[in-house]
Design a protein around this ligand. Structure first.
Ligand code: NAD
Length: 473
């Protein structure tokens, strides 16, 4: 019944049945027909609609760079062929209908390359491209622009009453987070963030052991993620000025720690090195080391060190080398991207053209045993999962139940923007500490929820703390 009813879905969240009503309005001729003939007509018409007119979630995409190619592209191409289906919400079409980027050139290149692997989409370029994209008519939009440009695109999307999926880190300050969450609540739409490492099967297993109290009380740990020089020198060269690898990748681990172990974030410290990507006394960082201290309900604490770099030699075999170690009262969890996986060597190809260490769990192109070519992994699954949550909100029942379904999906703390507070607080603190270090004030400390405010920066030698965020985090 539900499938035959919904024709298209509008960003306000209400279903547009006008078109359906118009189609169903019988002519006076119809009304003059005997009742049995009219019922037969109704039955045939609604049967035809249920097979011909699918539910639809039209997608927009802001940013057509590396992550679009790696994860969004395979999702949209798969959805173009198969849609998204679940017994709860039925068969949903998810066409990519409009994209926005700085110059539009990568989108045109993609259109040419993809051919009929994707449907027709409009391509908008320039500073106001996101606004034009939403005006073209989309039901949800994804933001994958450089980290410090997420907020502006995300705000335009939410302001238009369009559901939002935003790449990590969601935003760089709690002030921005508050604004986006408030708009999403006002417009009754979803505002979610992509932390794909939470869907890594290893991290799911870790969290399960913690949830089941097999691993008891986290005490401390370290995480490290090393990106090759080609990332800072090539891929990101356009926007890397004044940026750091910490915000970009440490945030994966900040969220993993926050989501897996819970607790209250208390203190953030950070340092780093400069001189390869930019001048040694400039504001662009080669590598960063940050420490977070958490406190748990029983008053005990844990400390976590997160090391990141984007200047690792390109021929280092651990491409995007990832390592974690978490120590508990009664156990140790050791994870290493190279030890769990594959080391591939192909003469003349590895480690530059083909990677030596392949994370097929995250993203792998493969020939399925049944002959189909596919690209799969948790990097793609996390996007599909968002679309499924959205389809559940819009299509898993009638309009009277939508508010309850929306509230239910907003409760999912792994991806809802409203649950990203401590992660954004850690990012905001890291950014502030590095900014001060680059302007001659190293070794600052940020404390969370102390007597002076929610996020307070203390500078060595100064008795004037700086309140970065006044409300409680
Ligand atoms: N999930 C992950 O593991 C993962 C991996 C890589 C990147 N990312 C995140 O994805 C985001 C993008 O990274 P990337 O590697 O794709 O970067 P990229 O530099 O390859 O691409 C950035 C894209 O954004 C567009 N853009 C820049 N400014 C814009 C603006 N003002 N309006 C519209 N478009 C704009 C550019 O034209 C380009 O298409 C970053 O936030 C990054 O942290 C996530």
């Amino acid at each position: 019944m539900k499938n035959s009813f919904v024709v298209s879905f509008h960003s306000s969240g209400s279903f547009n049945r006008d078109h359906h009503r118009q189609k169903r309005r019988h002519s006076t001729d119809d009304l003059n027909k005997p009742l049995s003939v009219r019922s037969a007509f109704d039955f045939l018409e609604s049967a035809a609609m249920s097979t011909n007119q699918k539910q639809q979630l039209r997608a927009g995409m802001v940013g057509m760079g590396m992550i679009f190619d790696e994860t969004y592209r395979p999702f949209f191409e798969r959805a173009h062929v198969a849609g998204v289906y679940d017994r709860k919400f039925g068969d949903v079409d998810v066409p990519l209908t409009a994209v926005a980027s700085r110059t539009g050139s990568r989108a045109e290149k993609y259109r040419a390359e993809a051919g009929n692997a994707i449907g027709p989409f409009q391509n908008f370029a320039g500073g106001d491209s996101a606004t034009k994209m939403v005006a073209a008519g989309v039901d949800f939009a994804c933001v994958a622009t450089p980290d410090n440009r997420h907020f502006e695109g995300a705000k335009q999307i939410l302001d238009a009453g369009v559901h939002l999926l935003i790449e990590k880190p969601s935003v760089l300050t709690l002030q921005e987070l508050d604004e986006l969450v408030a708009i999403a609540r006002r417009k009754n739409v979803l505002a979610k963030v992509v932390y794909h490492k939470l869907l890594d099967p290893d991290h799911k297993r870790l969290r399960t052991l913690v949830a089941d109290n097999v691993l008891q009380h986290i005490n401390n740990g370290y995480c490290s993620l090393l990106e090759p020089k080609s990332i800072s020198g090539g891929q990101f060269a356009e926007w890397i000025q004044g940026r750091n690898p910490g915000t970009y990748v440490a945030v994966h681990y900040i969220k993993l720690i926050d989501f897996s172990f819970g607790g209250r974030l208390k203190t953030i410290t950070a340092t780093g090195q400069r001189g390869i990507v930019g001048p040694k006394d400039g504001s662009t960082w080669d590598s960063n080391q940050m420490r977070m201290v958490y406190e748990y309900a029983d008053g005990r604490e844990a400390a976590f060190d997160i090391h990141t770099s984007w200047v690792t030699p390109d021929n280092f075999p651990g491409y995007v080398e990832q390592e974690v170690q978490f120590r508990f009262d009664n156990g140790v969890w050791n994870g290493h991207s190279r030890k769990r996986g594959i080391e591939l060597t192909v003469e003349g190809k590895t480690p530059i053209e083909l990677k030596t260490t392949i994370n097929t769990h995250y993203n792998g192109k493969c020939l399925e045993p049944w002959g189909e070519r596919a690209q799969r992994g948790y990097g793609i699954e996390v996007i599909e999962r968002f679309v499924r949550e959205l389809a559940y909100v819009e299509f898993a029942g009638d309009a009277s139940g939508r508010a309850a379904r929306l509230a239910e999906v907003q409760q999912l703390s792994y991806n809802d923007l409203a649950s990203d507070r401590q992660t954004v607080a850690a990012v905001q603190a890291l950014e502030a500490i590095l900014t001060h270090a680059a302007t001659g004030e190293p070794d600052c400390v940020v404390r969370v929820n102390d007597s002076r405010g929610g996020l307070v920066l203390y500078r060595p030698g100064s008795d004037e703390p700086k309140v970065l965020y006044a409300p409680t985090v």
